[in-house]
Design a binder for this molecule. Structure first.
Ligand SMILES: O=C(O)CCC(=O)C(=O)O
Length: 270
């Protein structure tokens, strides 16, 4: 599925599209799971619009845009847990990252037809910086994606620039890095786009009549350590391949809320 030239391409360009990682039955199961999450979120009054805000589009356009985006989808439906450790997925991760790979977090990004939200160009690094920059996103396509329905775009080779200054923490200056500057990465349902967390990426508005559904999983080398206490979730550090080289370093240190409001008790797993 993946050859030496593919790994070289990833190293040079900071991204790699791998075709047919998931078959159409697996894609159908994930589509159904995405739909169920949207319906259950609505029933739980948790159905907010997650479209990114900012100055990268005129306000009157921005306010019309919609994104159904939920984190930690593997805690909602086992279809995603299966995707996290799928053998085709780990084969690519082993080639790019190495033998010992951990999941960091998961999310789903559904851009509805006509007004599906845009993502201004950015690196993922500021959200969860790590020492060795092994972190990458695997964006699983559940629909065919192209420029019409807001496919992912990347700046090839941009990971080599290292961490860049973002507006707030969120995105790069949109005048220097307009979404149109990204190379479109059209893909078919079942394909996965892998890109490093330093690779500049984003995506345009879905202006088509078709939904664009992606599930995004972040992975890292098990030996790569966070440099900031940010973006914690309970699944972080799950081994998806190989073994954890540091026996004493399993799972993050969470704070457990005490029964007295405003006070927290630290529970260390060490
Ligand atoms: O799926 C997309 O269109 C972009 C997602 C993205 O850039 C992100 O989640 O960081």
């Amino acid at each position: 599925m993946i050859e030496h030239a593919d790994v070289q391409f990833y190293k040079e360009n900071g991204y790699l599209l791998v075709k047919g990682v998931f078959n159409q039955d697996e894609v159908a199961a994930m589509r159904e799971a995405v739909e169920n999450i949207i319906q259950r979120a609505a029933r739980s009054n948790a159905d907010h619009n997650h479209a990114w805000q900012g100055d990268f589009l005129p306000p009157e356009q921005l306010k019309k845009l919609v994104l159904k985006g939920f984190h930690d989808v593997h805690f909602h439906d086992a279809a995603f847990t299966r995707a996290v450790i799928h053998p085709n997925m780990t084969a690519v991760l082993n080639a790019i990252i190495g033998p010992n790979v951990q999941m960091h977090h998961t999310k789903m990004l559904v851009k509805p037809p006509a007004n599906g939200a845009a993502f201004p160009m950015h690196q993922d690094y500021p959200y969860f910086p790590h020492r060795d920059h092994s972190m990458l996103a695997a964006s699983i396509h559940l629909d065919d994606a192209d420029t019409e329905n807001g496919c992912l775009r990347v700046i090839p080779g941009s990971h080599k620039q290292g961490p860049l200054q973002h507006v707030g923490m969120h995105y790069l200056n949109h005048k220097e890095h307009p979404i149109s500057s990204g190379t479109p990465c059209p893909a078919e349902a079942g394909d996965v786009l892998f890109f490093n967390y330093l690779t500049i990426h984003g995506s345009d508005v879905n202006r088509s009549t078709r939904t664009r559904r992606n599930v995004l999983i972040q992975y890292r080398d098990a030996a790569d350590l966070p440099t900031v206490n940010s973006h914690f979730d309970w699944g972080m550090g799950l081994m998806v391949s190989g073994e954890n080289p540091d026996f004493k370093n399993i799972g993050p240190n969470f704070k457990i809320a005490d029964d007295k409001p405003g006070e927290e008790k630290e529970v260390s797993q060490k």
